[in-house]
Design a protein around this ligand. Structure first.
Ligand code: ZN
Length: 236
């Protein structure tokens, strides 16, 4: 599958690396131009009393730029919505539609909005669900529909139909398993470079945990490490 352009839409500055950092590194290594669109400002990503939201947002923006470069992603957009308050609003849909019509990606990657929890140990963040739901609305119907958001036509952004959508999937789920054996080290390095987030996690074995998760994703396949997706080839 030769991809010229991919767009990854997500809620928080470190989400893309968790969901698909290994896949993104594979794609950029093969010459695909990848764009990141981060919906929130990441300003709730610190629990200490010492930093304001503005300071946190600034830190995380810098971290995200650094990490994107590590993964070969040179086009990074911040939509600036308030972290922790994201909704699949018309404003968010318009802003995502703008990026989709600008980039005109061969594949759009996003979190699965139907994911409420995972196992017994993780409740999904509402911002993740919100951005996933907005992406579905952008794919069908906002981006390809001319009368939708006429202000984007004024910006010169013509309608665009996304043909390929990949939603992140869990272990044992999805129809696309990507072998990230060649990029797992880079994925781990990239996540470690979100230093404000690592500093939030006392005694957390980030590398061990990430390897374990990627191994679980690969279970039942010939791969050692994997990322999984539920994919759509959209015709209508
Ligand atoms: Zn997140």
């Amino acid at each position: 599958m030769q991809l010229e352009r991919a767009l990854v839409a997500f809620a928080h500055p470190d989400d893309a690396e968790f969901l698909c950092g290994g896949t993104v590194a594979l794609w950029t290594g093969a010459g695909t131009e990848v764009t990141y669109v981060c919906a929130t400002d990441g300003s709730a990503g610190w629990n200490g009393p010492d930093l304001s939201r503005e300071e946190i947002a600034g830190l995380r923006k810098n971290e995200m730029r650094t990490v994107a470069e590590m993964l070969g992603v040179h086009d990074v957009r911040f939509l600036g919505y308030r972290d922790g308050a994201l909704e699949p609003s018309l404003d968010l849909r318009r802003d995502l539609t703008r990026e989709v019509r600008r980039v005109r990606p061969d594949v759009l990657v996003a979190p699965d909005p139907s994911r409420l929890w995972s196992g017994r140990t993780y409740i999904n963040h509402p911002d993740h669900r919100a951005v996933g739901e907005a992406v579905l609305a952008v794919v069908a119907c906002d981006a390809p529909t001319r009368p939708q958001f006429p202000e984007l036509l004024d910006e010169g952004l013509e309608p665009y139909k996304v043909r390929r959508l990949w939603l992140s999937a869990e272990e044992g789920e999805g129809d696309q398993v990507v072998d990230i054996g060649g990029t797992i080290d880079l994925k781990i390095e990239a996540l470690a470079a979100h230093q404000s987030q690592i500093a939030n996690m006392d005694d957390f074995d980030a590398e061990g945990t990430l390897r374990e998760w990627a191994r679980e994703m690969a279970a039942g396949t010939e791969f050692e490490y994997a990322e999984r997706f539920r994919t759509f080839d959209i015709e209508f």
